[in-house]
Ligand binder design. Sequence first.
Ligand code: ISE
Length: 337
Amino acid sequence: MSNDLRIGVVGAGQMGADHIARITNRISGAVVSAVVEPDKGRADAAAANAPGAASFARIEDAIAADAVDAVLIAVPGQFHEPVLVPALEAKLPILCEKPLTPDSASSWSILELEQKLDKPHIQVGFMRRFDPEYAALRALVASGDAGDLMMLRGVHRNPSVPGSYTESMLITDSVVHEFDVVPWVAGSTIKSVEVKYPRRNSLSPEHLREPILVLMELENGVLVDVEMNVSVQFGYQVATEAVFEKGLARIGQPSGLQTWRDGTFSIADHVSFTTRFATAYDAQIQRWVDAVHGSTLVDGPNAWDGYLVALACEAGVKALDGGIIPVESPERPAFYA
Ligand code: ISE
């Protein structure tokens, strides 16, 4: 009998479909055993990449049919809690796409439920931690080889966003990644968040006031600025410059095909996060699968990290209306040590 981890993927939209193809084609030790997706068109399209997977409309049905050993949640954040609760009650390991839940109160109740189990069961899908360049930058900070880190200067640029993307999603759907990865790289939690508005891009969807400049102060005194820009038109870019006492480091520079033609030099760049972070997504899922086989269940950001990010997002959303908004980070419970 195969020892493959039977993963139930919940949600077969852009991210769910991407994970289904990844698990089937590139991840070892796991199969997609169930696709939970009420939309028949999406479910059928996903099934093409998940040979043998059963189809369910609700996670409860997949659990009752004993069709899954683990759950990967890839529906939008507002639908995470109704999947997390039955999956935790069934004591299943979970990889939950970001955010854990849309607000800190619901994230807190997930933490309470999880702490009834013997150990953390939830990993949150902050894939940037699995990007080799982010990991190298974190190692450089920790080594102290370039002296102390003083500033992080980042850009987070999307070519465009769908009509359903709202102003607060600049924070909760996009800057949410920086709220996780910046403390991880810099080794310090977020003390406050502020948002500044430059001139508005006339090409932005009418209901969006963007780009925005997000400023964070960390507890250790590091200052961070992030240009959050979702209408750049030309492609997808996530890049950071780190300013140290004895030098600089840069990550996220274009690394695609270089061409010289007609008197012009060019480097191919990404147009979507699915390719920009493909290596990171692969590593994230492989390490999660390995952790479940090895019974640690989590190898990466856990639900506590997801909760801290929910607190930062609440401050970030308030900061859209002005002011420097403090972030109170409570002490990490021993369960999540
Ligand atoms: C999207 O949901 C993501 O998670 C991407 O990583 C981010 O760059 C984008 O802004 C979000 O909309």
